[in-house]
Design a protein. Structure first.
Length: 475
């Protein structure tokens, strides 16, 4: 009874629901379908695709240990997927295809089309819950709708977790060898430029590294997570997001590791652990939102009434923000961290998003797109959720009049200016007081290289508040 496991963003052999199910059902082969045109359409970053392919190469080695050959079948766009998978099933007389469910609109359409095409050929298509703790649609309000407010969603998740924590799936045993040779895994694909080796070393590939990072975090840093998570100069967060997005690490593995660091407790005990589990639930929340309110993956605002907001159209300001030349050191340092590493600290993602959408009054979609094009951990659900939250167009968002002041945020979360100094060496001679809002001096100790602020914080704040007020007047 040959089975096919189709890998996508679930590049691991441990705790992998689809892989386990396939190998339980019979001799299995695996396939991966690189889809560069589709990835470009989704604004996936070169660093994200590079990371995916490096992890795929590691996965192939692990699968070899299970005697599961990995075939590579390129499909430029997902429209070709039904035919490509069906041909493979025909060639290898496959009885059933196993996948782990993915939740974006295009992903759902792709899988529905593949499933329907396979049924016509007499092949079963099994889609397994794996990327999330809870199946979307299983955590609902009393009236049967998807939650819109995180705190209420979280409460319902905890209720479910108290009943049963989703168990880790057993790692499959090696099957008998098959007379099928694996295909070479490509190092790169058209449309995505190469990543410098120094950048790659920041994000080593493979399950083993991911597990080591999870262990290192849950053994130590998690206990100080509550106190340190907002300070970008400190390694206070797990930096596991890229591994979760590529599925090199599972959400269940993260949850179990956190629970064992807290004697099995979710909501009491170590506050660092409790706070980290809440962050894992934010990931869960935004993915449920994607399914419950599919307009958000069609570039629409979660709050439809905010669609009418009069955003400013300023290429110049957008470019200054993108290139880290706004004249606000915390914003510029954050953007340079993103451009250099493919990752940005969560506190900074909030600060730069709020600055773009409020102080510059530029449409959140421009920022969402730019981050996606550069993040190694780019995820439609989390990125869209984070942007809409910051722009006050989304779920459970801060009220529009609560606008972060980037200078106060800088003083509060980078008090000594260490983070700024690291990414803006042109300001490294400034002391902890001056560095958050440099005075533009010339001469030997001047900051002539550093741009003047591109916007006045007070008047731009009022402008943003008025734009939102106009919206409520028009309603
Ligand atoms: P930790 O603090 O260690 O958190 C552990 C894990 O929980 C993360 O790896 C992530 O999977 C999840 N998580 C944490 N915070 C959030 C959150 N607010 N929303 C959803 N999941 C969360 N996260 C992404 O994974 N991909 C994105 O594209 C993305 N874009 C964002 C854009 C904006 C504007 C904002 C405000 C947030 C965004 N986030 C995104 C959420 C968050 O910033 C990152 O998950 C986090 O910085 C990753 O670092 P970490 O692994 O050290 O996180």
């Amino acid at each position: 009874m040959p089975q096919l496991i189709w890998f996508r963003n679930d590049l691991r052999i441990h705790d992998n629901t689809a892989l386990h199910a396939a190998l339980q059902a019979g001799p299995s082969i695996a396939v991966f379908t690189p889809s560069p045109q589709q990835w470009l359409l989704h604004d996936d970053a070169p660093s994200k695709i590079d990371f995916l392919l490096r992890n795929l190469a590691e996965l192939q080695k692990s699968l070899a240990g299970l005697n599961v050959p990995l075939l590579i079948r390129p499909t430029e766009s997902w429209q070709e997927a039904p035919e490509v998978i069906a041909q493979l099933c025909h060639a290898f007389k496959i009885d059933a295809v196993h996948v782990n469910t993915e939740y974006g609109i295009h992903e759902s359409q792709r899988d529905a089309a593949v499933g329907a095409h396979l049924v016509d050929q007499g092949v079963l298509f099994h889609s397994h819950l794996d990327q999330l703790l809870f199946k979307p649609g299983s955590i609902l309000t009393q009236s049967g709708t998807y939650f819109k407010v995180f705190s209420q969603f979280k409460k319902a998740c905890y209720k479910s977790l108290y009943d049963a924590v989703p168990a880790i799936i057993r790692t499959p045993q090696a099957q008998a060898p098959l007379a099928i040779t694996s295909d070479p895994v490509p190092c790169s694909v058209a449309g995505f430029h190469a990543i410098a080796p120094e950048r790659q070393t920041l994000w080593p590939a493979g399950e083993q590294v991911a597990q080591q990072r999870l262990k290192a975090f849950t053994d130590a840093a998690i206990h100080g997570y509550l106190e340190r998570r907002d300070f970008p100069a400190q390694a206070g967060t797990s930096q596991l997001s890229a591994y979760l997005v590529a599925g090199v690490l599972s959400i269940r593995q993260c949850l179990h590791a956190a629970l064992s660091a807290n004697q099995g407790e979710f909501a009491s005990g170590q506050q660092g652990v409790v706070t980290w589990i809440n962050e894992l639930l934010w990931r869960e929340f935004y993915t449920h939102i994607l399914v419950g309110y599919p307009r958000v993956s069609r570039h629409r605002a979660f709050k439809p009434e905010t669609e009418a907001l009069a955003w400013r159209n300023s290429e110049k300001d957008l470019l200054a923000w993108q290139q880290g030349r706004t004249g606000f050191p915390i914003i510029d340092a954050a953007m340079r961290q993103l451009l250099a590493t493919g990752w940005m600290h969560n506190r900074l993602r909030m600060i730069v998003a709020m600055f773009l959408t409020k102080n510059l009054l530029i449409d959140w979609r421009a920022g969402e797109r730019f981050l996606m094009q550069h993040l190694i951990d780019g995820s439609l659900a989390a990125n869209n959720g984070g942007w809409q939250w910051s722009a006050s167009t989304g779920t459970d968002s801060v009220p529009y009049f609560r606008i972060f002041n980037p200078v106060s945020q800088s003083k509060r979360f980078d008090p000594n200016g260490d983070f700024i100094r690291h990414w803006l060496p042109e300001l490294k001679h400034l002391n902890a007081k001056e560095i958050h809002q440099p005075k533009l001096l010339t001469g030997l100790f001047g900051t002539a290289d550093y741009p003047k602020p591109i916007v006045d914080l007070s008047s731009s704040r009022v402008r943003a508040i008025n734009a939102f007020k106009d919206l409520s007047l028009a309603a």
